[in-house]
Design a protein around this ligand. Structure first.
Ligand code: NAD
Length: 519
């Protein structure tokens, strides 16, 4: 069944390639359980990156609208936190059912606004869905601790209580997964949340909000606001917001972490990445090339866990030709086209930035084995196209190495030994993910032990942990203490209260006053 499309006139799967709803279609705010039109004068266009068609217009919400959203969450909190845990969990069970039912619609929205292929868009929804599944078992994660007899007749126990109003600030690259990293766990734990989707692709988040209401999330428990820097700063400065979850770039993340913390908020900020794969000479060439190609160019490289740098120990050898061959075979096309392997990048500005970094690599002495600049895609003359690009002979002083490119570009470096490769990775500012390709268990053990990166794949290119674990980026890729989803996510959205209580027995030993004689 189709969603009601209250937030925007929504369209079915077949509509993905067609010009979208009326040009005046606007993205609504969700305030206190109602999808409402913003009264702002400032709007930005949400564009299909394969065509530049305007999908919808997004409001930069007014201060009054923002404050109303926070107030709504604040008002909803007392009742929601006292809603029995199994009842909150059942809302999440229902939400996972609804997300499954609306999978195609969600994926279509992701493809239309973000550009990735429909298969990748389903993956985007699915990885978020797994967090909803985890949130539906929230009771198990809220258990406290108890020590009896800390003194005569005295026991101490701990409770996990929700924080109150939380906020979530999302990036463009996973428009379904990242909102689902945030609001399901926050609300299942008893909090309310004000969510700010990415201004570039809000559609999936709006559809998810609609499904969350349908699943039974009461008005005010989830509010959705739209905007850019001003809205984010309003979140960071609002005294009623206790905690902020952020995923996005370094520049925004550092600012958000510092300003949020300065205002006494709990902040978790997932930021940029430069994920290295290390290839040892004993690795299986075919499997490694397939893994590298998918991880470097899939989703047009716009994944925070994409492999964007490969370090070949002992030189590229057979990899240079094999990678080139495999990457050349990838089909660049609009995400909804049959057989597309990668879609466009998010914006013309992103395209220019990526092309500029490729050019700087060439200028600084790298070889461009495969050049994705200036490619065209038949039928889509206005798309933000960058084809798979391979730069080899790259060194760590080059700009194309030092910057996060966030496009379908693999930079290839060489190292003499595994230790040298580890040293390169550990000297990089980022520490999100990394992968080692080898047939040696001893090398794998050494790598997983020594590498200064928070998520490690051994013969696995994109080691994103399932929600039984947490998303554990390190160093420049994360600011904060408690990471997203899993146990640490629950810890982030709760605080521990420790109660010490004395119930002394006034009567004779073994006799409870008032109950004497009973039974
Ligand atoms: P972005 O930082 O431009 O935007 C993210 C959010 O921050 C948006 O909601 C935006 O409105 C807001 N924002 C942007 N600039 C701001 C500013 N100066 N002040 C206040 N708010 C601001 O990021 P993006 O381009 O949407 O996403 C891509 C980035 O996200 C990449 O760097 C990628 O590595 C990173 N990312 C990281 C993870 C992770 O888990 N580590 C996951 C996904 C994406």
């Amino acid at each position: 069944s189709a969603s009601q499309g209250l937030w925007l006139s929504s369209r079915g799967v077949a509509g993905v390639a067609e010009p979208t709803a009326a040009p005046t279609a606007t993205v609504k705010l969700l305030i206190d359980g109602k999808f409402v039109e913003s009264k702002t004068k400032d709007w930005i266009d949400v564009k299909n990156p394969a065509t530049q068609e305007v999908v919808s217009r997004l409001p930069l919400c007014t201060a009054g609208e923002f404050n109303a959203a926070v107030q709504s969450s604040k008002d909803a909190f007392p009742k929601w936190r006292n809603t029995p845990v199994p009842q909150r969990a059942r809302v999440m069970l229902k939400l996972q059912e609804l997300i499954n039912r609306h999978m195609d619609e969600l994926a279509t929205s992701v493809t239309r606004e973000q550009g990735k292929t429909l298969a990748d868009a389903r993956g985007d929804v699915f990885r978020g869905l797994e967090v909803v599944e985890y949130a539906s078992g929230i009771g198990r994660e809220l258990t406290g601790e108890y020590v009896e007899h800390v003194s005569a007749g005295i026991d101490t126990f701990s409770l996990k209580q929700p924080l109150g109003v939380t906020a979530g600030i999302c990036p463009f690259n996973f428009p379904a997964m990242i909102p689902l990293w945030m609001f399901p766990l926050a609300t299942a734990a008893g909090n309310c949340m004000v969510l700010k989707p990415s201004e570039r692709d809000p559609g999936a988040a709006m559809l998810l909000a609609e499904l969350a209401l349908e699943a039974g999330l009461p008005p005010g428990v989830l509010n959705v606001v739209h905007g850019t820097n001003d809205t984010v700063n309003a979140i960071l400065d609002h005294p009623d917001i206790a905690a902020v979850s952020f995923v996005g770039s370094n520049a925004a993340g550092k600012h958000i972490y510092q300003r949020g913390c300065a205002n006494g908020k709990r902040v978790q900020a997932n930021m940029g990445a430069k994920n290295h794969a290390v290839v040892l000479p004993d690795a299986n060439v075919e499997a490694t090339v397939a893994a590298l190609t998918g991880a470097a160019f899939g989703a047009a490289g716009q994944r925070c866990m994409a492999i964007s740098a490969a370090v070949f120990v002992g030189g590229m050898g057979p990899y240079r030709a094999a990678l080139l061959e495999k990457a050349k075979g990838l089909k660049l096309n609009a995400g909804w086209e049959e057989g597309a392997d990668l879609g466009p990048v998010i914006s013309p500005q992103a395209q220019q930035r990526i092309e500029g970094l490729i050019a700087s690599g060439v200028k600084q002495g790298a070889a461009c084995d495969l050049d994705g600049r200036g490619v065209s895609v038949p039928g889509y003359p206005h798309g933000n196209w960058v084809g798979p690009t391979i730069l080899s002979g790259v060194t760590t002083d080059m700009e194309c190495y030092q910057q996060e490119i966030f496009g379908p570009v693999l930079v290839c470096l060489e190292a003499g030994t595994l230790d040298e490769a580890i040293a390169i990775i550990n000297a990089n500012e980022h520490g999100n993910g990394t992968a080692l390709f080898t047939a040696s268990g001893a090398a794998a053990r050494r790598f997983q032990q020594e590498v200064d990166v928070g998520m490690v794949g051994i013969n696995i290119p994109i080691p994103v942990p399932l929600p039984y674990f947490s998303f554990t980026g390190w160093r420049g890729s994360f600011n904060g203490d408690l990471q997203m989803y899993g146990r640490m996510g629950v810890q982030f959205y709760t605080r521990v209260k420790t109660v010490t209580q004395s119930w002394k027995d006034a009567g004779a030993p073994g006799v409870i006053p008032g109950l004497a004689g009973v039974g």
